[in-house]
Write a protein that binds this ligand. Sequence first.
Ligand code: NAD
Length: 462
Amino acid sequence: MPINENLVQEIVQEVMAKMQIADAPTGKHGIFKDMNDAVAAAKKAQVVVRNMSMDQREKIITCIRAKIHESSEVLARMGVDETGMGNVGDKILKHHLVADKTPGTEDITTTAWSGDRGLTLIEMGPFGVIGAITPCTNPSETVLCNTIGMLAAGNTVVFNPHPAAIKTTIYAINLVNEASLEAGGPDNIAVTVEAPTMETSAIMMKHKDIPLLVATGGPGVVTAVLSSGKRGIGAGAGNPPALVDETADIEKAARDIINGCTFDNNLPCIAEKEVVAVSSIVDELMHYFINDNDCYLASEEEQKKLIDVVLAGGRLNRKCVGRDAKTLLSMIGVTVPSNIRCIVFEGPKEHPLITTELMMPILGVVRAKDFDDAVEQAVWLEHGNRHSAHIHSKNVDRITKYAKMIDTAILVKNGPSYAALGFGGEGYPTFTIASRTGEGLTAAHTFTKSRRCVMSDALCIR
Ligand code: NAD
């Protein structure tokens, strides 16, 4: 029988491709040197995922959840060690939250109409391979939460993570692939490159096999993704104000605000970044901050020193992001006991430590004449991000007015900001809050496309 040269060539290419894929330099699953190889591997895995039953997908997700629980401490420590940001205890909680409450396949639902002319369904189908860009502030939390949601919807995912969190990200990506293999699924349900750069990001964004991009990060990356010419989900920056009026339970408001603001050293994009309070209760609120909630009142001189360090050269100093209050104070020569967890002060809304999204436990309080003035100042401080805001008030009409005026994806009333993620609040968590593009808190359903499936004149059995 004559040798079919084309067939031999095809086999050789396939073997070569497999060898390249197997040649993961870190020895971990889903990690590649080359972005094109990573995309090819995720594409291959998606063909398998696409043909799986929902039950099989759910089995993989159950295994991922178990592995996150087992590795929560390792991941939390790695995240803090590698990025220098956040704190281990809160990061452990965040991982358990992702494992327990990130929606799986139950989030994929069908809409149906049936009648004399037949049966019509809207099914939520996968996009295919999703390109996702992740921040250094919640690195493994975002990768794990994104992967569960994207996989539940039938996709696989290529990550271009923040280089400052690459080791932690690789650990998380290996974990989800190990879970998939253990549960009988394919390798490479999530992939990345060992050295992510702007170039690898550009390759991913332009790749013909990636129809959907999901960006979690600051304004630069969201704009880049939304300018790509592809469908983009943009989870951008916030600067959430917490408004407190005179009808609130001030003691509880103080506790909730400091608990939310100091969670993981203020890294979550939803966390309270400043307070706007009506004048008549500012002193009482400050009293509770300082006397009952371990806050340090910074003098004007200390505020100036903090500005010089935290916003050195007019730019956010990355070395200060996600640090605890004691460390930040030590950077300006102030020594405090270790129970101090937040730095507070009063200032105008234009104060650099108030108007900038700092992502550290420094909480400025802006005094407002009355409720309407507070709303106006809070809206200004949110900078039109439409991300998150918080309010402490017992007056429902006022809460409604604030909600309409600030128009954010998240508005927590009378609780700490993390209630929005299902910590002490109802609902599911996510670390990708699509503020810019309007999907809000992303979950499996966000990563699907709508398909209408019509049976004409049949299958109605009513
Ligand atoms: P960052 O914007 O510096 O980086 C985020 C990611 O985008 C990284 O992977 C980075 O490498 C990449 N990136 C940055 N500019 C890019 C560009 N022009 N093209 C392609 N890729 C680019 O943000 P960070 O410091 O890692 O995270 C903090 C920021 O992210 C804050 O502004 C925070 O509010 C925001 N954030 C938002 C959400 C959300 O759900 N909306 C969640 C977490 C963090």
